[in-house]
Design a protein around this ligand. Structure first.
Ligand code: FAD
Ligand code: NAI
Length: 472
């Protein structure tokens, strides 16, 4: 290389992995740029993922609660009407506020924000096709971090138009409440989106290839409990069922399904079909072939434990590479990748990354499932506690679900924690900390938890592991 590199770090992609890496790098005193092609920072998560879906989940829950739940709390309301346009506007306001917030953080930390599509053209060179047109710009970098994220996996034979046949991106932007909706895939996206539209009035049928909902990683007890709760809320499930084909017409879609192991075929009618069968890494047009960087059979950028590709100063993080496709996982990797560059060491504990599904009640978990522990052959204890025996959940008239601990029988060390319940997504933070610190169930059980709070159910589930809970 004859020319001196212009930036110490150039990040390609401005999602949770990329923007966090860029801010961290600038904080470490490295001259940093971040290239993003969508015209807004925050990636999938802020623009079409975590944030807009949570806005719709929260507001559809309030609507549904007013319709079906407030009367028995002593609140009589008059005519309740859905204003979908306003609900979408509220969602957009949250999204715009947050994406602009990241732009502000870039300015504050001195990150150069380059708007355009980046292609790696050499080991230290990226060409950027500017979003607003004009000449291709060359950016030179000592280190490159690939954080280009993922996209929805398409379903063969069903062309996505984001109106009638949608991915999550179309599903968070429907202009009308569909009368009937078919969801292909009973994983996290499927269940969150099914919740939104079912609460707003759709008849929703979820078709899942496997025998359980929740996607990979959900404990079998929890998946069963969740299915029972969601069925009570009005969702229909077809498990062990595969979609064979779809016929799209002007006004509707027929989804042809049959038993996964062969069997009776059936056609399901819908106004909207959501394809939610997983996501795949996105590296189209990135130019990896120009520098010999390899992908695995699932399209993930191959990296070592320090996120280095075959070209050691080009690293990859987040959805574009191995591991759970979660925003907070991408963020941890963003920080660790930068620390490897600036300090030579970094840290992500992959055994302590929480998962949260934002249905009502929420599902949240960390560590191993009971099935995973069983497969190791290790002897274990289970301690569980239902929210129906928790005073706060009872008082709030919101007491479905439970907390389940799995511990090592010999040492009492916590191996996994699984929660279905109100605010499970907040409660799991205590479980993550417990696993991070190598806690035993007795450590949690002997820790005072405020009364009356939902967190007492967490303590009592821990007590159920090494002793007995008081209230069950
Ligand atoms: P991304 O967020 O995908 O960002 C990558 C960015 O790179 C994109 O903005 C893209 O435009 C840009 N890019 C790609 N190629 C180029 C290029 N060549 N040049 C310039 N820019 C480029 N996770 C959670 O943890 N919690 C949730 O509640 C949650 N909800 C979700 C809901 C939905 C509907 C979806 C779809 C996902 C959800 N996720 C959630 C997953 C989460 O969005 C992803 O795990 C996260 O966004 C991954 O971050 P990333 O930085 O790796 O990639
Ligand atoms: P997923 O992997 O969670 O679930 C996909 C489901 O579809 C699985 O249950 C699978 O068995 C099923 N499936 C696959 N092919 C099928 C077929 N042909 N017919 C019927 N069913 C089929 O993927 P999903 O829900 O699309 O989400 C993608 C990613 O986004 C997840 O990895 C998740 O981590 C992330 N995400 C996270 C959220 C959160 O943290 N709250 C919210 C939404 C998405």
């Amino acid at each position: 290389a004859s020319e001196a590199p212009e930036h110490d770090v150039v990040v390609i992609g401005g999602g949770p992995g990329g923007y966090v890496a860029a801010i961290k790098a600038a904080q470490e005193g490295l001259k940093t740029a971040c290239i993003e092609k969508r015209g807004a920072l925050g990636g999938t998560c802020l623009n079409v993922g975590c944030i807009p879906s949570k806005s719709l989940l929260n507001n559809s829950h309030i609507y549904h609660q007013i319709l079906h739940d407030v009367k028995n709390r002593g609140i009589d309301v008059g005519d309740v009407k859905l204003n979908l346009q306003q609900m979408m506007k509220a969602k957009e306001t949250s999204v715009t506020g947050l994406t602009k917030g990241i732009e502000f953080l870039f300015k504050k930390n001195g990150v150069d924000y380059i708007k355009g599509t980046g292609t790696i053209t050499g080991e230290n060179e990226i060409k950027v096709n500017p979003l607003e047109g004009g000449e291709v710009q060359t950016v030179r970098a000592k280190n490159i971090i690939i954080a280009t994220g993922s996209e929805a996996t398409p379903f063969p034979g069903l062309t996505i138009d984001e109106k009638r046949v949608v991915t999550s991106t179309g599903a968070i932007a429907l202009e009308q409440v569909p009368k009937k909706m078919v969801v292909i895939g009973g994983g996290i996206i499927g269940l969150e989106m099914a919740s939104v539209w079912s609460r707003l009035g759709s008849e929703v049928t979820i078709v899942e290839y496997l025998g359980a909902i929740g996607g990979p990683g959900m404990d079998a007890d929890m998946a069963k409990t969740m299915q029972r709760i969601l069925t009570k809320q009005g969702m229909k499930f077809k498990l062990n069922t595969k979609v064979v084909s779809g016929d799209v017409s002007e006004s509707s879609v027929a989804v042809n399904v049959e038993a996964a192991k062969g069997g009776k075929a059936e056609a399901l009618d819908a106004d909207v079909v959501l394809v939610a069968i997983g996501r795949r890494p996105y590296t189209t047009g990135l130019g990896l072939e120009n520098v010999g960087i390899e992908l695995d059979e699932r399209g993930r950028v191959i990296v070592d434990s320090e996120y280095r590709t075959k070209v050691p100063h080009i690293r990859a993080i987040g959805d574009a590479t191995f591991g759970a496709m979660l925003a907070h996982k991408a963020e941890e990797e963003g920080i660790a990748a930068v620390e490897y560059i600036s300090k030579g060491y970094g840290h992500v504990n992959y055994g302590a990354i929480p998962s949260v599904m934002y249905t009502h009640p929420e599902a949240a978990w960390v560590g191993q499932t009971e099935q995973e522990v069983k497969a190791t052959g290790k002897e274990y204890n289970i301690g569980s506690f239902p929210f129906s025996a928790n005073s706060r959940a009872k008082t709030n008239l919101d007491s479905e679900g439970m907390v389940k601990f799995i511990t090592d029988k010999e040492t009492d060390r916590i191996l996994g924690i699984h929660i279905i319940g109100p605010n499970a997504g907040e409660m799991i933070a205590e479980g993550v900390l417990a696993i991070e610190y190598g806690a035993s169930s007795e450590d949690i059980g002997r820790t005072s938890h405020a009364h009356p709070t939902l967190s007492e159910a967490f303590k009592e589930a821990a007590m159920a592991c090494y002793s007995k809970p008081i209230h069950a």
